[in-house]
Structure formats: C-alpha cells, structure tokens
Design a protein around this ligand. Sequence first.
Ligand code: GLN
Length: 477
Amino acid sequence: MNLISLTIRQAHDGLIDKKFSSRELTLAYLAEIEKKDKKIGAYLSVTKDLALRQAEKIDEEISAIGGPASGGKIGLLAGIPCAIKDAILVEGEKCTAASKILENYVAPYDATAVKKLKNEGAVILGKTNTDEFTMGASTENSAFKVTKNPHDLTRVAGGSSGGSAAAVAADMACHALGSDTGGSIRQPASFCGVVGLCPTYGAVSRYGLIAHASSFDQIGPMAKTVEDCRIVFDAIKGKDLLDSTSVEQKISNFKFQISNLRVGVPKEYFSKGLDSGVEKIIKNAIKKAQDAGAKIVEISLPTTEFALACYYILVPSEASANLARYDGIKYGLSEKGENLLDVYLKTRGRGLGAEVKRRIMIGTYCLSSGYYDAYYKKAQQVRQFIRNDFVKAFEKADLIFCPVSPFPAFKIGEKADDPLSMYLADIYTVAVKLAGLPGLSLPAGKTNGLPVGLQIIGNHFEENKILAIAQELEKML
Ligand code: GLN
C-alpha cells in the first residue's frame, strides 16, 4: 500500500484496522520529504521529533482501544501527518514567517488552530515555506528559498502558502494549514492542483497566526480532496476567546445539491487578461454543473476594477501597523546600534526583505496625517461598495463560480522584479477578502500540463454549502 497517497479517511481506516501504525505512516512521509524536498523546497523546517512523539502517542491510544470493532473512537485526524505554514505558531518550534528578522524565533505557544489539530491527535511534520510575512503570490519573497511547483520544477508553486500546497501536491503531507489574506490559500492550491479553503473572516481563530493584515487574515485547510478539507475545517473552526473576531458558526442541516443550485458567473471575471486555457477549463466546470441541473445566472460585480487598488491600500496600511512590533527589541533579530533609532534602522534594514519594506512604506504613507482621508478612508468606503456588490449577487445566486487566477503557475523569476504584475495574480481573489467571504479552489483540469482551480465563492459562513457542492462537482471534473 502506498501510504503517502492516502486521503485522511483512508489513512484513518488503515490506522483503526491496524494495517499500519501512525509511526509507519509518519516515517513514510518523512522519507518522502527526505527524498523530494531538496528539489521542491516546500519545508522550511522538519519537526521530526515532534512528529514521531505524536505518532507514537496515537499508536498507544489505538492499541489501547483494541481492534477494528472499536473503530470510530479515534478521531479522523488522529495519527495523520500534516504540515503547517511557517506563519502559524507551533509551540517550541521555529516560526520564521520566512523572514530574516524571525530567523531564530521559537514560538512560545500554539496557534489555536494548531492546538485544535493537536487535540485531535494530528501529527505535525514541519513548517512550510511562504512569502515573507505572507506578502506575495509565488513564495519568491521568502528570505530563505523558492518553493518549486511539483508539476513543473521551473515554475512557482504560488503563494503565499506555496510550501503547504506543494507539500500536499507532492505527497509530503496528507494535509496542511495555510493562511489567506488576499488569495494565499486559493491561488497556490490552484497552481499545485490541490483543494484549498479560505474560510469566512472570523470562522477560524487567528490567534497565533503572524499578522499580515488583521481584517483580512484567515487560516484554512489545504488537502487532496474536498472531504479532507472539510474534516480539517471542522476541527479548526469556531469561537476562540483569544480572538475576539472569531465566531461560532451556525450549521444548517439543509442538503445542498447541484441540481437545485443557482450558480452566479461574474461577467467581469471573464474579460481581457484571462488565459484562454484557464477560461476553457472554468467554462467546462460551469457547463458540468449546468448539465447536472444547476441554473447558471450571469451576475455583475461592477466594482471589480477597484478591488486591487483598494486591497493594496488597506492591506499595506494594516501591515505597516502590524509589523511595527519587529523593532529589534521584542522579537527575533536585534542589531546593535549607537542609539535606539539606530537599533530600529539596522534591525529592520537588515531583517526585512524588499517587498515587506515596500509595503511598510506604502502603508505608512497611506496612514499618515494629511493622506489618511485620501487613501485609507477612501479605500474603506470602496471596500463597502465591493461588499455590497456581493450582497446583491447573492440575491440572484447561491454560489459564485469563477477562476482563482487569470493564469496557471508562472515561471520562477517571471514576475519577481515587477511587483505590479505580481499583484495582478490576485485579481480574482482579493475582492472575496475585501468582502470577508469564504472561497474554495477546486482542481478543475489542466492546461499544458499545469493545474487550474475553479473558485467557488459563498456568502458569509456558507462553507457548508461550498464544500457540499465542491464535493459533488469533484467527481465530475
Ligand atoms: N498575493 C497577495 C498579497 O501579496 C495575497 C497574500 C496573502 O493572501 N497572504 O497580498
């Protein structure tokens, strides 16, 4: 049996039926990482000791509950190896956010999502690569290395959760946690051909996620199948007293089906700039839904043209405030200086990369007195208009289908020196976050050998509907 290609449920069944142990499963993944990761570069650190300790503990629990007849007493995630984006804290392990400024920072506590996974008995294999402070769309902004796309090593894995996506795609983890501020779960999932869910803002606690832009950031699952994503999402969601923006979700028992679904297709998302191969695959997925009985309705999101500009004012503004804490005193790197200002300048000058500095400068400018009203306040007003577009769209449609990215994975280096063309990669993913909505990337086919994801967007806290429909569609694509 090829242990590393199993889904969560298959691996769970194998553990319960004692076909293999969690230690064997974990060792199989560790061997795969050893074999492949020099080429792919998905991991920034491998937490072998932690993983084996967790696996052995679960093996003891499984042997204590007896044979297959007692199956079901062990949670679905128990003993299953996963990866965690290196912007999410795992107690006692390094958490770098792929930045030199946090190169030697060791997390003093677990993020709530990690704690919840640990409580379910999950095995943590390591911490995955990301763009520095999750700012980017290719992992090329990582201070340490570029993650390669497992489908074509000359191309990017996407970003910022490129390490998590590549780890799952290359069978170096059964599932992984990523984070999404403007597309960082959905876009790498699309580029690497895995399923990625960005939950509604507030659905999963942000406690222990290194902050990028606090009114956007969300942790979410990345996995091989929709069902696996659901299993992980169910484990990590919910109200957390340590994150006042988190909420408990009301789960509807309604059975969502494609046959009675109204699928909204935003006309603005199918205009110039969309790669023809991607367009074909997305249109084919929409046709499949239609053939299965869905009603396709054209919708309009007229504020689409403002979404990127709005995002790239609000997000750097929040980031500039969040990153002020890396001052050479409280965390990580601390350069010596002649006075306090000199310590700040040297630490931040040496510790932060070009994209992070660019965003701190843009954000600080947008928030400065005299410009605040013209930029930050205006962008907040535009954010409301963008949100209203979606409110209107959801009167006509139950879910929205559209591309995740205008193009498939691009070549390493292709956009690295041109921030504006890199920002264009986010054109279909940022509006969702400006509106605080959930979105999922579902593998929908390949163009020239490269995976393409269909984006399924739902109304607030409608992950259940998205997952049900995605699971049905998954079998047809
Ligand atoms: N590419 C987007 C950005 O650079 C999204 C990043 C993210 O979601 N963390 O801001």
